[in-house]
Structures are given as C-alpha cells and as structure tokens.
Design a protein around this ligand. Structure first.
Ligand SMILES: Nc1ccn([C@@H]2O[C@H](COP(=O)(O)OP(=O)(O)OP(=O)(O)O)[C@@H](O)[C@H]2O)c(=O)n1
Length: 399
C-alpha cells in the first residue's frame, strides 16, 4: 500500500475501534489502482460527523450538513464524509437533501462512475460491488447504474466523463455515451465555475484532442460558454498535436482556431469567468499569434510581448504548423535576451528628463519622444545612456 494510505490507516482503525466502519474512497483509490501518485485521500465512514468529533480531539467543521468534517491526524488533515445518498439535486448543483446511510454499498451506489465507486479498507482490501477495478482494467468509463439517473443527479458528471476520457484515454461505455448525447442540456443549470474547473482539467489531459472532439460529437459543446457555434473548428483541432501546450496556451489555440475577433475574445473569456490576469495573458497570445501568422518576430513585437508571451505564441504557432513544438524557441530566446532593454522602465531617461531637455509645455509629446527613444535603443541606433539619448533626441528633433 502507498505511504499516503499507510499514514492514514491508523485513523481508519480508530474509527473502527469506536464501533464504526471507515474506508478510503473516490479518486485516491482509483489512482492507486491505476498506479498513479496520490495527493490526498478521502475517507467515507458509517459514523456521523458528531460521532467523528467524539473520536478525534482535532476536527474542523466544513460541511456538516453534507456529512463532511476535517480530521487533523498526525499533522495531516483528512476529509471524512459520512456514508450518504443524495436524493435530489433540484438545481442540478447541490443536493437538496443528504440522506445519511449506514451502508457503504449504498454510498458507493450514488457515485458517478464505477472506477470512482471503489472503497479500500485499512489493510488494502478492495470493496468493489460495481466492478470498478474491472472497468479500470478494461479502460472503460461507465456510470454506476443508469447513466441518465446519475447525470440527472448532477449534470457536471457529463463533463467529468469527458474530462476523465481526456486524462486517462479510457473509452466511454456505450450507454454512458448515449446518455451524454441525450442529456447535454442539463448542463445549462450548472454554474460556469464548476464547468470551468472541469474544462481546464480536460484541456490539461493527455488525450485532450480526443476529448475536445468528444465534446463536439456528443453536443456537450453546445452547453459550454461561447462554444456552440464552433463545432467544426473544435473538431478540426484533432489534426493538431497540442499535448505539450499549457492550459493558457490551449485557450489561446482554441481562440485562434475559432477565428474570434479580439473584442469578442474578451467577452468569451469573461463569460467563462476566468481570472483577469489569465484573460489578459490569453488575449495577448491571440494578438501576437494573429500577427505571427503574417510576420516574423520583429524586435518591437518581441519587446512588447515579453518572454512568456513570446514563447507561448511561438509554441502555438508551431502546433498550428504541425512543427516540433519547441522549434526555434532557443534562437528566439537568444534574440530576446540580447535586446538592449526588456521593458520601458529600463530606459535610462524619464519624462522629466525629456521635458527639461526640450523646455516645452508638458503634453502627449513627451510620451511620443519616450517611444522614439525606446525604438531607437531597441534597434541599436543609440546606446541606452542618459547622455547619448539626450544628444540623439535633441539632434533628431531640432525643430
Ligand atoms: N459530481 C460528482 C463528483 C464526485 N463524485 C464522487 O466523489 C469522489 C471525489 O470527487 P472529486 O474529488 O471531485 O474527484 P475525483 O474523482 O477525486 O477526481 P480528481 O481528484 O482527479 O479530481 C469521486 O471519485 C466520486 O466517487 C461523484 O460521484 N459525483
């Protein structure tokens, strides 16, 4: 058993000694069977949060009404959740009512996919009533019970199916796939924030191309912000080898692929509720990519873009040309690093200098002179020294 589980095993034992059941559940058990690294473990128990509080001195209430409590144990915090069935998800987001149950099997029955419905006890024995381990072996994503029921309980599960397809490359079982095609509209009720989290995990998956195609083929795409008109363009992305792009670069590629204008791109990204900083980076990628498709990198564009956007743009450019992703990056970086200045603040003159030298009423002309100086330094026409710049600027602007 992995160390993460071994560390938590005594916690399970304590719960058992108090007369209850406790198991590892969810993604950690799935990833353990897959042989992947495990970040944290989730624990399911027959004890209620109140009963858990009586067993452990250090707990934190996080969602008692949903049966979840955090237990601090040997310096590590664990999410411990009471076995539960969630009857109805009236707004398709959160269960209206949580029914606590005393049986593990009932708890596992309300989970999304068979591979996510496996429990493991403290000794590493699996409790797997829905044959999740077999599904993992066969590389199949299959809902526990009827797919339509599971998706009606929480429509986000449809995106989770495609996200797991992207991360694991598993095929989606026939009935589950059919339900994805039939129930897509339920996603209208799901918050953008939840969709975004799944979509970005999907964009980071090893099988992202296939997953994007699946979103288009199943029609799920129609219920994702701003993407419904672009089915064909998204499907065409399967021709591009984009596996090494970062998430931000993936967004840039998508925006380029759907041929969206700069103005519309801002709206699109806001609709996805991305953080402002990320929106700015993606917009910049799109801007320089549009330019790069027509021109080689000019000094000014390299300077304006900055190192990160420069590299990101070139990587997307390479993907669009089916070239090796890091083609030319080294030489581009060498060029960038040899720029005399990397940002305007490095210019050895200020607006005040310019005003003192020219003795004119302040106005927009100062900014123009600074830009002139910046271009001259970048192009190697003058050295980035205060005196040299003074002499050069006065000579060039004699009248
Ligand atoms: N809409 C959901 C979300 C989660 N789960 C169940 O809750 C577990 C934990 O969910 P979560 O932590 O969101 O995802 P993981 O499956 O752990 O995957 P990952 O850690 O890769 O996000 C899942 O394995 C699954 O059993 C579910 O049934 N339905």
């Amino acid at each position: 058993m992995k160390e993460t589980f071994q560390k938590a095993a005594p916690l399970l034992l304590k719960i058992e000694e108090a007369g209850f059941e406790a198991y590892f559940v969810g993604g950690s058990v799935r990833d353990h069977i897959l042989g992947k690294a495990i970040a944290d473990v989730d624990i399911a128990t027959s004890a209620t949060p109140e009963e858990i509080k009586r067993i452990f001195p250090k707990t934190i209430d996080v969602g008692i009404e949903h049966g979840t409590i955090i237990v601090l144990f040997n310096g590590i915090s664990y999410e411990v959740t009471t076995f539960r069935t969630e009857a109805e998800y009236v707004d398709f987001r959160r269960p209206t009512e949580v029914h606590f149950v005393r049986s593990l099997e009932e708890d596992l029955r309300r989970r999304d996919f068979t591979m996510n419905a496996i429990a493991m006890d403290k000794d590493g024995e699996f409790i797997d009533p829905y044959e999740g381990a077999l599904a993992i072996k066969k590389q199949v994503i299959k809902t526990v019970g009827r797919a339509g029921d599971r998706f009606n309980e929480d429509a986000l599960r449809m995106m989770r199916a495609v996200r797991f397809h992207s991360q694991l490359g598993f095929r989606i079982e026939e009935a589950t796939l059919q339900a994805l095609e039939s129930y897509g509209s339920l996603l209208e009720k799901i918050s953008v924030e939840r969709k975004l989290a799944e979509f970005e995990k999907l964009l980071g998956g090893k099988y992202r191309k296939n997953a994007l195609q699946l979103l288009a083929d199943t029609g799920i795409l129609n219920f994702l912000p701003g993407l419904s008109p672009y089915k064909k363009q998204i499907q065409q992305m399967t021709q591009l080898d984009c596996i090494e792009l970062s998430i931000v670069e993936m967004w840039g590629l998508i925006l380029f692929q759907i041929q969206i204008s700069m103005n519309k791109a801002a709206e699109f990204l806001k609709e996805w509720k991305l953080p402002v900083k990320k929106i700015k980076a993606i917009q910049q990628l799109l801007f320089y990519l549009n330019d790069r498709m027509k021109n080689p990198w000019f000094t000014k564009a390299m300077f304006d873009a900055g190192e990160e956007i420069l590299i990101g743009t070139e990587r997307i450019f390479n993907v669009l040309h089916n070239d090796e992703i890091n083609l030319n990056i080294e030489s581009l970086l060498t060029k960038y690093h040899s720029l005399p200045i990397k940002q305007r603040s490095e210019l050895q003159i200020t607006g005040t200098d310019v005003q003192n030298w020219f003795q004119r009423t302040p106005g927009p002309w100062i900014k123009e002179i600074l830009e002139e100086a910046e271009m001259a330094v970048l192009n190697g026409h003058v050295e980035n020294h205060n005196n040299s710049l003074k002499e050069w600027l006065l000579r060039c602007n004699q009248n």
